[in-house]
Every structure is written in C-alpha cells, then in structure tokens.
Design a protein around this ligand. Structure first.
Ligand SMILES: *Cc1c(COP(=O)(O)O)cnc(C)c1O
Length: 384
C-alpha cells in the first residue's frame, strides 16, 4: 500500500454519533449526511456505522451516491439534497431515493417515472427556501406545491425541509437571521397543513443548528460535519460549553504519509518550483510522497503549515507539488529517519498536532473542504 493514506477511525465516528444523539429529544429522528463520499471519509463504511448507530435517514447529493449505498445493501431511507437532471430520474426512482422537490416541472418528471416503474405512494420532500437562496419553494407557496404533489396520485409528501445559511455563526445578527428562517419554515409547514395535507417529517437543522439550537430539532436533524469530528465553524466546543451544551467530537480522518528520502541542503540551495524557499543555513530536507494530487492543496505551502513526526512538528518548505512536498527537519536530526510515519492532520490521539479544522483556519477555508478534497488516489484505511 502507498505510504500516503487516510486512516478512517470508525470508533471515533461511532462516538461522535453517540455524542450527537445525546443532544436529541427522544422522538427526534436522525438523518446523517454522507454526501461527497462522506465528506471524503468513505460513504459506504460511514453509512453502515451511521445505520448501526441508529440513523433513520442518510443524505446524499447525487443519484450515484444513493445508488452506491443501495448497491452496498443499505436499505435505510435516503434523501437526495441536490437536484438531478431529468435523465437521471428513473435511476433515482428505481433505487428508492427520496428527492427534495420544489417546482411543478420536476415533480411531474418524478410522477411520470413512478408511473412507468409501477410505483405508487413514492415519497418526496418539499424544499423550502427560507433565506439560503439556493433551492426551495417560497414559504407561502408550500401549500400549493403540496397540493400538486398529492394530485399526481403516485407521489406522496413524506416530509418538508429547509436549510440555514448562517447557523454556524455566533454573531447576534446571524442568530436573528437563523431564527427568522426558522419562523418562515414554520409558516411554510402551516401553509401545507392549511391546504389539508400532512407535511410529514419536518426538518431544518444542519450540524451547527443541531448543536446550538435544540429548539429547532422538529421531527429530524440533518448533521454532516460534526459526525466526522469537526465543529461547525464558530459553533465550537468553547462556545457550546458557555451555553451549557457539552459535546466532545473527535476527528475521524488522520492523513498520514512517510518520509521517503532525507537530503542535505547547503546554505543558498532552494527547494521546489519557483524557488520560493532558499536555505538560510545548512539543513536537511525530508521528501514526502504527497501533494495536491492527493488533496494537499498548493495553497497550504505557507508559513505555519507543519506536519508531525513522532510528536514533533516540522515546517513545509517551498511549494507543494502535485505528488510530493518537502519539509525541513534540521541538520542531522536524530529523531527523524527514512520511512518514519508523518502525520499531516488528524486526531490528537493519533499524534497529530493539527486537525483538518486547524488546517482550514490557517488556509482560509472550512474543514469540510479539507477532508472532501482528499482525492481517490489516497487509500482509505479503515480502523474499526
Ligand atoms: C450538506 C447539507 C447538510 C449537512 O450540513 P452540515 O453543515 O455538514 O451539517 C444538511 N442539509 C443540507 C440541505 C445540506 O446540503
């Protein structure tokens, strides 16, 4: 196996789900987001653990993601959070994947596909746009849409959901915005009920709201990032503990590689493309077989980005290449040997000094992007 690999710790995943479940009211259902290959962690393995730990729904973004779970024998209801194109709809229906719908044209495509497949009472959920500005019907039109769904006589309204735009921010104005979104969502639910239709499962809380807004659980929550061990941006452990909400998450992914070569450099010699780093004194450089082709972004080539070897940290030098990068281990370092393990990021328990969240903070992005962008070239090694 390649030296570069992502360790996926399923015990941490399990514990994170248990931590989340402690925050839920007894009747609140749990929908776990496993889209984008479970945020880079491996969809099938993570979905299996999610189901074992009591997930009532799994959430995907594309038809293929849903099909992958079905082909692995997973029978749990699957909701598809994004739109697909008309030619994919038969595949969605064949695999019993519940779509988010919000306009008549899309609904009629689904109805037609269900008739062809001889399916009746096929569940769809209404997406409501309460201020995310992405997909969804306007709140006051939800009742009309529910009527269109029921009129097809093959589709059934199984639920209704909305998505928050600012729930991961802790500014007062952001909290007010989330509350307004929630109120609009309640009005959409009411418009469905007023049309004489049962809205089914009502859901709005993503990770941030699941942690910080216990009053917005409704019938189901839809966390993603917290399942994989990262707090949702500003809604971190410290912020939550001030609110008397105690939840401890552990990163599920540890990205590691090995020292493949140690090379001595003299003062004035440079490392990598563009010669962005020149040795100010004699030193040794270790070469690591990981680069942006593995998801270690070129923009991580900056001051402050360091990896760990046997618990000590070493800075990146020069630009990260597609397949390799270089670190400075200092002259004749007795602690570092060829073929030693190197931790790029991960759980502290695995010896990482930084998590994907720390890397995200350093490089101006969010943990989601760090783990999701680890490419297929990196084998996922499952630790049970
Ligand atoms: C991705 C997604 C989620 C999960 O978001 P997290 O921030 O990872 O919890 C929930 N709902 C919808 C509609 C999504 O697109």
């Amino acid at each position: 196996m390649r030296a570069t690999r992502a360790i996926i710790n399923l015990t941490n995943l399990r514990n994170n789900i248990r931590e989340i479940k402690k925050l839920l009211k007894k009747q609140t259902r749990l929908c776990i987001s496993v889209k984008a290959n479970a945020y880079g962690h491996g969809a099938v393995e993570c979905a299996r653990v999610a189901v074992e730990e009591g997930a009532d729904f799994l959430a995907v973004a594309t038809p293929e993601e849903g099909v992958q779970l079905r082909n692995a024998g997973i029978k749990t209801p699957i909701i598809m959070l994004s739109l697909c194109s008309p030619e994919e709809i038969d595949l969605v229906v064949k695999n019993d994947i519940t779509p988010f719908v919000f306009d008549e044209e899309y609904i009629l495509y689904f109805a037609e596909s269900c008739r062809k497949a001889g399916k009746t009472c096929y569940n769809v959920h209404i997406a409501v746009d309460t201020g995310m500005g992405r997909i969804g019907v306007k709140p006051d039109k939800a009742g009309d849409l529910a009527a269109i769904i029921e009129k097809t006589s093959v589709l059934h309204l199984g639920g209704i959901g909305t998505h928050f735009a600012l729930s991961d921010d802790t500014e007062e104005t952001s909290k007010v915005y989330t509350k307004e979104q929630y109120e609009k969502f309640l009005s959409a639910i009411k418009s469905v009920k007023d049309a004489g239709i049962d809205p089914g499962i009502c859901h709005c809380a993503n990770s941030a709201a699941t942690l910080a807004c216990p009053d917005m659980q409704l019938d189901m929550v839809r966390p993603g990032i917290i399942v994989y061990g990262y707090y949702a941006d500003k809604v971190n452990e410290e912020y939550l503990s001030k609110k008397q909400i105690f939840v401890h998450l552990e990163p599920v992914m540890t990205l590691q590689t090995k020292v493949c070569s140690i090379r001595s450099f003299s003062k004035g010699e440079s490392v990598g493309y563009g010669r962005t780093w020149v040795a100010k004194e004699d030193t040794d450089i270790a070469v690591l077989p990981i680069g942006y082709g593995d998801g270690l972004m070129r923009r991580f080539s900056k001051e402050g980005f360091a990896v760990s070897i046997h618990g000590k940290t070493y800075p990146i030098r020069g630009r990260i290449c597609m397949d390799q990068c270089m670190i400075d281990i200092g002259k004749n370092n007795p602690d570092v040997h060829r073929w030693d393990d190197v931790i790029i990021f991960g759980s502290q328990k695995d010896g990482a000094h930084q998590s994907a969240e720390d890397v995200a903070g350093l490089t101006g992005t969010i943990s989601y992007e760090i783990t999701t962008c680890i490419t297929n070239r990196v084998p996922r090694v499952i630790h049970k």
